[in-house]
Write a protein that binds this ligand. Structure first.
Ligand SMILES: Cc1ncc(C[n+]2csc(CCOP(=O)(O)OP(=O)(O)O)c2C)c(N)n1
Ligand SMILES: [Mg+2]
Length: 274
């Protein structure tokens, strides 16, 4: 099924608005990566790729989604609310004491979250375990995991990469946020990572690279990934940190700083939202 890309673009825009609103209210959190991966995750969730049932979040045969770069959970929460896992109003409680929406994803508290993440490197390894578990149980579900260039500086990621290829885990798809930025600045300055796609390829992965804001390209790459046999798949998503808000775009300072009221208003204006 081909999604309506115009409709997806409207959804993505509104999700960006929710991300910004919840972060302004929280006063802490990570807008940069959240806005950067909005188009990729919108395509995954609303483009008909992820086999899930929001009415039955623990359905055993559902596809799993692990946000291994857990700090960008505002976009995951905005998506889960829009999918009706919980009321949208809960978004405004992000990071507050007693909220179901923690600063990093926690499946104990949040419906639709499959894995606790935040400690970089762990989530992709759990995702591999889930994918292998599916196979061991004779189940057909797929596992998708969000990861990032900054996370790829963790050694554990490369243990996952070699194990997944060795075991030919072809029900695992990683979506990598390749924005060239991590917590301390541009990745090329902190620790140059070169061609991350080529590295995964050398491990034996099926690798594709897309413009992370071209939803049609993302949709096609997700379809291609499903066809890959005997290999885990990586989609390197070239994104712009802070996409959609001019003063945030490609500015490392917006990795983990939230907008104040005035900045929120300006950002929502730019997105054409109230
Ligand atoms: C094991 C571990 N070490 C350090 C951190 C602190 N940390 C949080 S986000 C981040 C940068 C990750 O890079 P990336 O995901 O590329 O950042 P973004 O593109 O979202 O700005 C770091 C080092 C962490 N969460 N986990
Ligand atoms: Mg990054």
């Amino acid at each position: 099924m081909t999604p309506d890309f115009q409709e997806l673009a409207i959804v993505a825009n509104e999700l960006r608005g929710d991300v910004l609103r919840m972060l302004q209210l929280a006063g802490s959190g990570h807008p940069g990566g959240s806005l950067g991966m909005t188009d990729v995750f919108t395509t995954l969730w609303f483009g008909g790729h992820l086999k899930v049932d929001p009415q039955n979040p623990t359905w055993e045969d559902r596809d799993r989604f692990v946000l291994s770069n857990g700090h960008i959970c505002p976009i995951l929460y905005a998506i889960l609310a829009r999918q009706d896992y919980f009321p949208r109003e809960e978004l405004w409680t992000l990071r507050k004491l007693g909220s179901s929406l923690q600063g990093h994803p926690d499946f104990h508290f949040t419906k639709g979250v499959d894995c606790c993440t935040g400690s970089l490197g762990n989530g992709v390894s759990v995702a591999l375990g889930m994918a292998m578990g599916a196979r061991a149980q004779g189940k057909n579900f797929r596992v998708y995991a969000g990861t990032s260039d900054g996370e790829s500086q963790e050694g554990q990621v490369w243990e996952m990469a070699s194990a997944a290829a060795h075991h030919k885990v072809d029900n695992l798809t990683l979506l990598m946020d390749r924005n060239g930025i991590q917590i301390d600045g541009f990745t090329k300055d902190v620790m140059d990572q070169g061609d991350l796609g080529a590295k995964y390829k050398s491990f034996g992965w099926h690798v594709q690279e897309v413009d992370g804001h071209d939803m049609m390209a993302i949709h096609q790459a997700l379809n291609e990934a499903k066809k890959a046999s005997g290999k885990p798949q990586l989609i390197v998503c070239n994104t712009v940190l802070g996409k959609g808000v001019s003063f945030m775009e490609n500015e490392p300072g917006w990795h983990g700083v939230t907008p104040d009221e005035e900045q929120l208003k300006k950002a929502l204006d730019e997105l054409g939202l109230d």
